[in-house]
Design a protein around this ligand. Structure first.
Ligand SMILES: NC(=O)c1ccc[n+]([C@@H]2O[C@H](COP(=O)([O-])OP(=O)(O)OC[C@H]3O[C@@H](n4cnc5c(N)ncnc54)[C@H](O)[C@@H]3O)[C@@H](O)[C@H]2O)c1
Length: 381
């Protein structure tokens, strides 16, 4: 029962996770920071009285005083450490990407189903006032059918970003910009436009001398009949994420905050002008009722704490076990994490074969087992 005792494993983005825990003192208590770089771990631990520091993930997994293992490690370590933590019956928060391949993600979902621990993949971009506005419009059946969407993930990353040696590599980052940056926009699209059923993609490496892609263009079909185009680069002048969603009844444009696209209100324009007042009233009520503190990581960790309390009281299934159709929208399920890996894999398959790829992917496809292309940029140099 709360406060849940947390170990942050990986003290880079882990610092932002700590900020969020400090905003939820009744729900979480940081008890340990684990990092091979002890100085980095200590910088975080010093912010919390009595917080321990360790270099050993094994120590974290075997410490009975830790309820939640929060994985903020380089991407290639996520699935292995998550599996070990679930096998130790810890609850797990796992930074994106949940896994490096579809097969690894499937293994993780199997372990999660057997564990007493709950696994929650991180998709903190979902949390903010705009999500409440979207949910209210959906609940009031005001959106209409999904038609078309455009997503822009136009960020600026250079040599300083890739100075971290695991970045930009297949072995360390498990992919390029599709897995590092566009993964969030594509998750938001799946949340609001429906499950992605087919993808056609082009990927390229144009901005930095790295192994993986930093540029992409995708056409995405969803099970609601929507069609989306996604434009992705790390060579833009600024960091901008923008989403436009056109439904039968409303055209929606996101705010442009790259790190928290749902933190500020979005714009909602009625196709039939006589409906604008109704839309404004529903959006206004959702905005007024929203606690803005519950944005980004704070919102996601708050949702996890609520879920854990209900789950352990026997009132909810684990997020690992709950069927997609039943999930409250504020949860991120393991299936959502797996779907994000499957989409990226399908995009690579499409780019390499020049074909449109349907989802779900047949598990016998070699790319489900290994994403690395036959020829990498490094080979070509
Ligand atoms: N959700 C988001 O918006 C978001 C933003 C940034 C990063 N991330 C994800 O977070 C993860 C970490 O990214 P980062 O920028 O913090 O990287 P980072 O390299 O800055 O930090 C990773 C830390 O893990 C430590 N580490 C590595 N191997 C270890 C081991 N075996 N045991 C203990 N510690 C170990 C490193 O010393 C390092 O301090 C990545 O997977 C990335 O995709 C997500």
């Amino acid at each position: 029962m709360p406060p849940w005792r947390v170990a942050i494993v990986g003290a880079g983005i882990g610092a932002q996770h700590l900020d969020a825990y400090l905003g939820l003192p009744e729900q979480f208590q940081l008890t340990c920071v684990c990092d091979l770089d002890v100085d980095r771990a200590q910088t975080l631990a010093r912010r919390v009285t009595g917080c321990a520091v360790t270099e050993s993930i094994d120590h974290v997994l075997h410490d009975p005083a830790i309820d939640i293992v929060d994985i903020c490690l380089p991407s290639h370590l996520h699935a292995t450490v998550a599996i070990s933590a679930l096998n130790a019956d810890k609850h797990v928060i796992c930074e994106k990407p949940l896994a490096g391949t579809v097969i690894e993600a499937d293994a993780l979902i199997d372990v999660a189903r057997q564990s007493k621990g709950v696994l929650m993949p991180v998709f903190q971009y979902r949390y903010g006032v705009a999500a409440a506005q979207m949910q209210a419009l959906k609940d009031n059946h005001l959106l209409g059918k999904a038609q078309v969407a455009t997503l822009e993930t136009h960020w600026n990353r250079g040599a300083d970003y890739y100075a971290n040696d695991w970045r930009g590599t297949w072995a360390g980052e498990c992919g390029g910009v599709l897995i590092t940056h566009a993964i969030h926009s594509h998750d938001l699209l799946a949340q609001w436009f429906g499950k992605i059923t087919a993808v056609s993609a082009t990927v390229d490496t144009r901005v930095n001398p790295i192994e993986t892609e930093d540029t992409a263009a995708l056409i995405l079909h969803t099970d609601s009949g929507g069609i989306a185009t996604s434009s992705v680069t790390l060579g833009a002048a600024t960091d901008t994420t923008r989403i436009r969603l056109v439904y039968d009844n409303i055209t929606i444009e996101s705010a442009r905050n790259p790190y928290k696209p749902c933190a500020e209100p979005w714009t909602f324009t009625a196709r039939d002008a006589t409906q604008q007042a109704t839309i404004d009233q529903v959006v206004g009520a959702a905005t007024a009722g929203y606690d803005h503190a519950l944005t980004g990581y704070v919102g996601q960790f708050h949702a996890l704490a609520q879920h854990l309390t209900q789950y352990l009281a026997g009132q909810q299934q684990s997020t690992s076990q709950v069927a997609d159709a039943q999930k409250p929208t504020q949860w991120v399920t393991v299936a959502d994490g797996v779907a994000s890996i499957e989409l990226i894999t399908a995009a690579y398959e499409s780019a390499r074969t020049g074909s449109t790829v349907s989802l779900p992917l047949a598990r016998h496809l070699p790319i489900c087992h290994d994403l690395v292309p036959a020829t990498t940029l490094t080979d070509a140099l």
